[in-house]
Write a protein that binds this ligand. Structure first.
Ligand code: NCD
Length: 358
């Protein structure tokens, strides 16, 4: 069966695990990247390895010129209808590393959407001009709908979801896992670990995608720390339970802080408030990390944040070697370059160049 056999209602009603089978390339890498559920352990290891090879190759001028030659014949559209700085720039730089030419629409008021055009029509338009569409939207299922639409069209260009509503942020999860892998690789690897997520877990998409990806690693315990109103969705807990994965749901950050291997902080996502001032009415003072909390953490634990931060991590801890958020951001550029290269079938070519240049 192919996507063409299913109308939108039939397709969208499928469980995610079935949907992802339509979006894979023959070599196993994703064609469209929409959900964290598309990545299994094999793919995660291969992508992480590829990202590390790309960053090594990029250190020399000849290596950089090789990388820039790979996709110099391709063009990418960055369609970001929701605010972004680092994800946008990280994709922009990843495209540049691979030689892709990049165009962007970030402000819908300057596009034909201002004249009443639907986002669907805008994206179809981009598919006529570009070979890859990287998109961030407020709407939960739009990237998926566009992938379904384009897969049935005469120009089935790949889509990468750079953040969809409150639901998924698969490439952030890739960079988070890559950061965890690199942080623990000299200390026995990414298994038998506990990770604590703190902040707005109800509306933050990064934790939803990351907890999903971490199911690929053995014996990871998830500790969800948030005020009741901002606690993680029941669907994530059901998913973990269904896979027999241990988790804790709590308001008490300090009780667990001394035990965990990684702390993943998030900001309050008040742009989603249904009533003005709704988030401001929630006491979040117990969900912040400063020097005192760092003293409570294990000396080998790491502190992560998808950024942007507000006051949930004090700038005083930025120089602590356990603070990983700046490195995490840089890892994002390399893992996105690895993802884009594999979307276009260039993984083998890079792996071979790397081996030969050793
Ligand atoms: C995150 C996002 O957009 O979901 N930002 C990012 O991509 N690094 C987190 C956030 O906005 O809080």
């Amino acid at each position: 069966m192919s996507v063409s056999d299913l109308d939108w209602n039939a397709f969208s009603a499928l469980p995610t695990e079935s949907k992802v089978t339509f979006f894979a390339r023959e070599d196993g890498f994703p064609f469209h990247t929409l959900f964290a559920q598309q990545f299994d352990r094999l793919l995660l290891d291969r992508l992480g390895g590829l990202a590390t090879q790309i960053r090594t190759v990029a250190k020399t001028k000849s290596g950089m010129l090789f990388l820039q030659g790979l996709l110099g014949h391709k063009r990418a559209m960055l369609y970001f209808s929701q605010p972004s700085s680092r994800t946008f720039l990280s994709f922009y730089s990843a495209c540049q590393i691979l030689g892709l030419k990049v165009a962007e629409v970030r402000d819908r008021s300057t596009s034909s959407e201002f004249k009443g055009e639907s986002q669907e029509d805008s994206i179809r338009t981009f598919s006529s001009y570009f070979d890859l569409i990287i998109m961030r939207t407020q709407e939960k299922g739009l990237a998926e709908k566009m992938a379904w639409t384009l897969s049935r069209s005469s120009r089935p260009v790949p889509i990468i979801n750079a953040g969809s509503g409150k639901d998924q942020h698969p490439t952030q999860a890739l960079l988070d896992v890559y950061t965890l892998q690199r942080s623990f690789e000299r200390r026995g690897g990414l298994h038998d670990r506990s990770i604590m997520y703190v902040g707005d877990l109800a509306r933050g998409r990064t934790v939803r995608s990351l907890s999903n990806l971490l199911m690929n690693y053995e014996n990871i315990e998830h500790i969800f720390v948030a005020p009741d109103k901002l606690q993680i969705g029941a669907d994530i807990l059901e998913m973990l339970s269904a896979h027999g994965i241990r988790f804790v749901v709590t308001n008490d950050m300090r009780a667990h802080l001394p035990d965990v291997d990684a702390v993943y902080m998030t900001r309050i996502q008040d742009e989603w408030d249904e009533r003005k001032g709704e988030s401001a009415g929630i006491d979040t003072s117990a969900y912040k990390i400063g020097p005192e909390e760092m003293r409570m953490m294990r000396p080998d634990a790491i502190l992560m944040h998808p950024l942007p931060r507000r006051d949930e991590i004090s700038t005083e801890v930025d120089h602590d070697p356990r603070a990983m958020y700046w490195r995490q951001m840089r890892n994002g550029m390399w893992i996105r370059a690895a993802l884009i290269a594999s979307t276009f079938g260039m993984a083998r070519c890079i792996e071979q160049y790397f081996r030969e240049s050793l």
